[in-house]
Design a protein around this ligand. Structure first.
Ligand SMILES: Cc1cc2nc3c(=O)[nH]c(=O)nc-3n(C[C@H](O)[C@H](O)[C@H](O)COP(=O)(O)OP(=O)(O)OC[C@H]3O[C@@H](n4cnc5c(N)ncnc54)[C@H](O)[C@@H]3O)c2cc1C
Length: 656
């Protein structure tokens, strides 16, 4: 007589590797605090999990998915309670919303979700923003262990392939499975399983393990899979065709289930087979896009936060190239980033600390202490707030946009402060190192490395470096235009378009060509510190009240040059006011910038040493008065001199 197993019993598999075998990036990130967006709890680049649910209604948009998708959105702070402590097994996908490969994969994932909606409930499926590739992992309930693998991401892949890939990867884990993982491993003996707890049915499917998952949330039924190589069982049940399935009842009888397509339907209609329940979690996550034609400090600071506290944090220990790349990256930031004082302090402190590190390996935990030590180090926002880089959907733009912006800004800053530089490749080299070592989108990094290897060493000056980055960015824009990664509201143009810079475009022999001199001038103006809008920057409250806040009172100034504060400072309060008045989406950018730039330069070192806030009118009047008084003095001098000469030269009358 054959026994049967309860679903609960069968849902306690036994073979996932411990969590430390999980790729460190995922582990680190899953434990980092969730970024926030402009006061909201959720952010497109937060660590999120979308968990597949049976009957999801009205899920809000999250990353690559819309409310209509049969997915539930989780945040990092609900990860532990929902997944790690769950009595179910979860199949979770980690992704970065902006990563093109994840975007390509999304339709397959969505289709899979729809396909298995209501079936795989005991397997949670999720999406997370910090993996940069669509990583899947199965996490077993009550036991901290997981299986991790990269699913096929070819958009042409069928959901059947994906199902198969999930199952194959699960099967490849030989160690004992933690509780609540689906029993996908092929069975060798059925008797041993079935003797103890008899409920009603045991199905043996030779291949077609998807049925196992489809039936996971059903109770009083267990699905087992037997491979055709199990000759004993094949013989015992008289199996002649593969796949075949059989219904085994605990009274010892068994019968063949005729058509494979009816398996699930058939099994669910068996007497006593009932459906289990599933909890789900929803989190709203969306913020409207703003403007992309300006440079925002909020984007830049978010890029710094994300780069240092998220991207670098994916490596629990930094060694070799990564240590060098981090040092170079922070060094150029400390030197050129035209940040607010507390951010500059932060960068300087981190740079100093890194310079003093002599070891060849740096545990991230040590770096983290420096990054979070506000008293000593200064502040860097703990959140991401995309403003100019805000996409029309949460999965568009964001971090990569801010990273490009950051590096363009740094290359331009290097042109402004040549004497601080160590060579034309200083910023580009640091960017190359960062992208290679840390940028989570590995395919992007490969493409970038290809371009760098091809021509970066031909760059001869800092001006050429700024132009090199501009032209390579345009190559990427051209390659990505029209693909799924393009935000329809922010099409990938050859930049700057004529509306932003008409002189940049000229026509030679009826062909549109770039005027590189004009482009360089434009880049210098556009990525000038004076054009960095401070709107939406975090920490204004903290600034005004915190230890670094004193430095940002209305009368204070923010130095533009980091390594040498004595040069080129501008009035923070005045600039803030001006930018606020100017509002978003300024069209007369260059003219205004040139004016600002001139303004800034006129307020440079010697002028500020006077310690008085002359206006430009004051200065003009002063110069005019000076000129007039000089002319007056010159006139008087000439007059008296001529008169003296005249007197001397007058023939005197002979004396008698
Ligand atoms: C180094 C790197 C390599 C990447 N490679 C890939 C890849 O291979 N595949 C992929 O799918 N994604 C890649 N990405 C991401 C992609 O380039 C975009 O960043 C992302 O799609 C977001 O696009 P976006 O519309 O916000 O504009 P982005 O291209 O990110 O541009 C951000 C801002 O920079 C300005 N800008 C645009 N073009 C230029 C230019 N030529 N010069 C100066 N400023 C400019 C604009 O103001 C724009 O809003 C890469 C990102 C980086 C940082």
């Amino acid at each position: 007589m054959l026994g049967v197993l309860t679903a609960q019993h069968l849902a306690l598999p036994q073979a996932l590797p411990p969590l430390h075998s999980f790729p460190p990036p995922l582990l680190n990130l899953s434990l980092s605090p969730p970024p926030r967006m402009a006061g909201r709890r959720c952010h497109p680049h937060a660590l999120l999990l979308l968990l597949l649910a049976a009957t999801l209604a009205g899920a809000p948009p999250g990353g690559l998915y819309s409310p209509g998708d049969p997915l539930v959105l989780l945040q990092v702070d609900t990860l532990e309670s929902s997944v790690l402590n769950s009595s179910s097994a979860w199949l979770v996908e980690f992704y970065a919303s902006w990563c093109g490969h994840c975007v390509h994969f999304a339709p397959t994932w969505r289709a899979l979700a729809a396909d298995i909606q209501g079936d795989w409930d005991r397997v949670g499926m999720g999406h997370c923003y910090l993996g940069y590739r669509p990583w899947l992992f199965v996490h077993g309930a009550l036991v901290v262990s997981s299986v991790c693998f990269v699913p096929p991401t070819d958009p042409g892949d069928s959901i059947q392939n994906l199902r198969q890939s999930i199952i194959t990867n699960l099967e490849m884990h030989k160690e004992s499975w933690p509780p609540a993982c689906p029993p996908l491993e092929p069975a060798r003996l059925l008797e041993g399983d079935i003797i103890a707890e008899c409920v009603c049915v045991h199905v043996c499917v030779l291949r077609g393990p998807g049925v196992t998952l489809d039936m996971l949330q059903y109770e009083n039924i267990a699905v087992r899979r037997v491979l055709s190589s199990e000759e004993e069982l094949v013989k015992k049940y008289g199996v002649t065709a593969f796949p075949s399935s059989f219904l085994l009842i605990n009274n010892g009888t068994f019968s063949r289930i005729p058509a494979r397509s009816f398996y699930t339907h058939f099994l669910r209609r068996l007497p006593g087979v009932t459906r289990g329940r599933l909890s789900r979690l929803l989190t709203p996550c969306f913020s409207p896009p703003l403007s992309s034609s300006n440079v925002y400090m909020a984007d830049l600071e978010s890029a710094l936060h994300y780069a240092l506290r998220v991207e670098v944090a994916r490596f629990s220990v930094l060694t070799g190239e990564r240590v060098r790349a981090l040092k170079d990256f922070v060094a150029v930031l400390a030197k050129y980033f035209p940040g607010r004082p507390f951010v500059r302090n932060f960068l300087h402190s981190v740079d100093r600390w890194l310079r003093n590190v002599r070891e060849s390996r740096i545990p991230y935990s040590a770096l983290e202490l420096v990054l979070t030590n506000r008293k000593e180090v200064g502040l860097l926002s703990n959140n991401v707030t995309w403003v100019g880089c805000q996409g029309s959907e949460p999965h568009f733009r964001g971090y990569p946009c801010s990273l490009w912006t950051l590096f363009h800004l740094l290359t331009v800053q290097a042109t402004r402060h040549r004497r601080l530089g160590t060579g034309p490749l200083e910023v580009l080299g640091a960017m190359r190192g960062y992208i290679q070592s840390f940028f989570g989108c590995r395919e992007c990094a490969q493409h970038f490395e290809g371009m760098a290897a091809e021509s970066m060493d031909k760059v001869r000056s800092v001006d050429e470096a700024a132009l090199w980055l501009w032209s390579r960015h345009n190559r990427v824009n051209a390659r990505l235009a029209g693909t799924e990664t393009e935000d329809p509201q922010f099409p990938k143009l050859q930049w700057p378009p004529p509306e932003l810079c008409r002189p940049c475009h000229s026509v030679v022999k009826r062909r549109q060509v770039w005027d590189e001199a004009a482009v360089l001038q434009f880049l210098k103006a556009y990525f000038s510190p004076i054009n960095i809008f401070l709107n939406y920057t975090e920490q204004r409250r903290e600034l005004e009240s915190g230890p670094w806040g004193r430095r940002l009172s209305k009368r204070d100034t923010i130095p533009l040059l980091l390594a040498d504060d004595s040069h080129q400072a501008f009035d923070y309060a005045a600039v803030w006011e001006r930018l606020r008045r100017r509002g978003l989406g300024s069209k007369q950018l260059i003219g205004a910038l040139e004016e600002d730039e001139g303004d800034t330069l006129r307020r440079s070192h010697w002028f500020r040493m006077l310690g008085v806030g002359f206006s430009r009118l004051d200065v003009s009047l002063c110069i005019i008065l000076y000129f007039l008084s000089s002319m007056c003095l010159l006139g008087m001098y000439t007059f008296f001199r001529m008169r003296t000469r005249h007197r001397k030269g007058r023939p005197s009358f002979p004396t008698a």
